[in-house]
Design a protein around this ligand. Structure first.
Ligand SMILES: [Ca+2]
Ligand SMILES: [Ca+2]
Length: 240
């Protein structure tokens, strides 16, 4: 009897959701786990959807049809497939109106040196159309001459940056000028992160595609014998 009541209840909810949210793709029987940043009780699935829809940071949500808990997620099943799990009482849906977040491309941190082809390579987890890139410093520093270290460049007080992102053929992707060293408004050789301008043309990357971080002098085989150190970073992108 209890089971029947639950099934009947689910059928009613399903019908009301189909009517009120017909433009949104809800998936029954699934949830994105370990990515919730907010949860609360909501009387209906439609209430959960509307609440998520008004928050730019709400990438997706789970709604539990039995205990009526609405969970906002900071990511989606598309980018976190390993966390997308079967859960009989749950409904999952993306928020098509969420902001475009920065997503980490590398699965493990990327470390690069400054000489002897010490580039750091990584394979991107999820392919797609990329609008912009940024680099975030994790640890370490590199040097263009004895005794002088910075996160990305040469001299600590200067605006010139040496670090570039390339494809597996060592063609520079960003900066788009394809020059090293380069300058970027608002950033310098020791910035915590380097946010490159939105690409002139969106770039399509395939899942598993190799990209590289290079130190400019090493890439150009120019004055690299007196270089040293290692910088580790994460590479982020905005997907279209
Ligand atoms: Ca040098
Ligand atoms: Ca080299």
């Amino acid at each position: 009897m209890v089971i029947f009541a639950i099934i009947y209840h689910l059928a009613l909810i399903h019908r009301s959701v189909s009517q009120s949210c017909k433009h949104h793709r809800s998936v029954y029987g699934f949830a994105l786990v370990d990515h919730e940043y907010k949860s609360f009780t909501a009387d209906r699935l439609a209430t959960c959807y509307s609440a998520c829809n008004t928050q730019l940071t709400c990438q997706s949500f789970n709604y539990d049809l039995v205990n009526k808990i609405c969970q906002f997620n900071n990511d989606t099943k598309y980018f976190r497939a390993n966390y997308y799990k079967e859960k009989a009482t749950s409904v999952y849906a993306d928020n098509p109106d969420s902001e475009v977040p920065w997503r980490m491309l590398n699965l493990n941190r990327v470390c690069f040196g400054a000489k002897d082809d010490g580039f750091g390579k990584f394979h991107i987890g999820v392919g797609g159309t990329i609008l912009a890139f940024k680099l975030v410093h994790v640890s370490g520093s590199v040097s263009c001459k004895y005794g002088v270290f910075t996160k990305w460049g040469c001299n600590p007080s200067e605006s010139y940056i040496q670090t570039v992102l390339t494809n597996s053929s060592d063609v520079i992707i960003v900066p788009e000028s394809q020059r090293t060293p380069y300058t970027l408004n608002g950033y310098h050789s020791d910035s915590q992160e380097i946010v490159f301008p939105v690409l002139t043309n969106p770039m399509v990357l395939a899942s598993g595609q190799e990209l590289r971080l290079w130190y400019g002098e090493d890439l150009a085989d120019d004055s690299e014998s007196n270089n040293g150190g290692t910088t580790c970073a994460d590479v982020y992108a905005k997907y279209k």
